[in-house]
Design a binder for this molecule. Structure first.
Ligand code: ATP
Length: 258
């Protein structure tokens, strides 16, 4: 497996068992949507993948290597993560914030090389932030900050990119722009995992879905196969029509019990 493989992942938060054996896999060039109701364990599973949460059992494997065995810098060069609420310090420009992603490649005390700077400019362009590069990050909208976090993760040049609800702060147009960007990144060979609540976007853009419920992945596969009436009704509590074909789509009809 040259992409990301998650096997039998278990995790505790406080004294609660939150993950009870999570399995999913994503190949390079693919985007997997991790979906499920509130509290099903999506964020925790993602955080285990970049070691923000320590798994109590199981493995996260990238290119045949268990991420638990990687030094911090190697981990950052292997797995890029965009958390739900990216943090930023006052007085830091967009460009400087994005440049932080190069540290795993050269260490804290070395200056960026010309090659580093070129990568930063390319990533700023990729997420549409080139014109805001000199702006203080604190003076950006939520959606713009989200794009700063994505650009920073891209400058790490990881093999796997994990994004926790990346469309949260975005207007409809920017949601589509972001999902198209993620598709382009997958086409460039990245393996992507994206947690999301909008099943319509997930159906339209993800190659595969892994559906979480009560700390487990209960089903995984192509969206039209996975989101059948039973899963839509019993896991998500809705009625919907999922259309397959080259332009997949989903119409929400209402509540399962409505
Ligand atoms: N610090 C904590 N201590 C104990 N339990 C926690 C803690 N943080 C989260 N949990 C619980 O862990 C479970 C999984 O939470 P998680 O955030 O991974 O779910 P999620 O699927 O990402 O939810 P959402 O869609 O609402 O973001 C939930 O039941 C939540 O209440």
């Amino acid at each position: 497996m040259t992409g990301l493989g998650v096997q039998g992942l278990r995790a505790q938060l406080g004294s609660r068992d939150v993950l009870h054996g999570v399995d999913f896999a994503v190949r390079p060039g693919e985007m997997l949507g991790l979906v499920g109701p509130n509290g099903s364990g999506k964020t925790t599973a993602l955080r285990c993948c970049y070691r923000a949460v320590s798994a109590t059992a199981g493995a996260v494997v990238v290119g045949g290597v268990n991420v638990a065995d990687l030094a911090r810098r190697q981990l950052a060069r292997t797995v890029g993560a965009v958390p739900q609420e990216p943090q930023s310090s006052a007085g830091v420009t967009v460009r400087a914030s994005v440049s932080l992603g190069r540290i795993p490649h050269h260490g804290w005390f070395e200056r960026d090389s010309a090659a580093d700077r070129e990568i930063v400019e390319r990533c700023l362009q990729q997420v549409g932030l080139a014109e805001l590069a000199g702006r203080d990050v604190q003076a950006l909208s939520g959606g713009e900050r989200q794009r700063v976090a994505i650009a920073r993760a891209l400058t790490q040049q990881p093999r796997v990119l994990l994004l926790d609800e990346p469309t949260n702060h975005l207007d409809l147009r920017h949601q589509l722009i972001l999902m198209e960007l993620l598709r382009d990144l997958a086409a460039g060979g990245l393996a992507l995992v994206v947690t999301m609540h909008d099943l319509r976007l997930a159906v339209q853009y993800c190659d595969t879905l892994a559906v979480m419920q009560h700390g487990r992945v209960i089903t995984a596969g192509p969206p039209p196969d996975v989101l059948d009436d039973t899963v839509l009704g019993e896991v998500f509590g809705i009625r919907a029509v999922v259309r397959s074909g080259p332009r997949r789509s989903m119409d929400i009809l209402g509540l399962a019990d409505g």
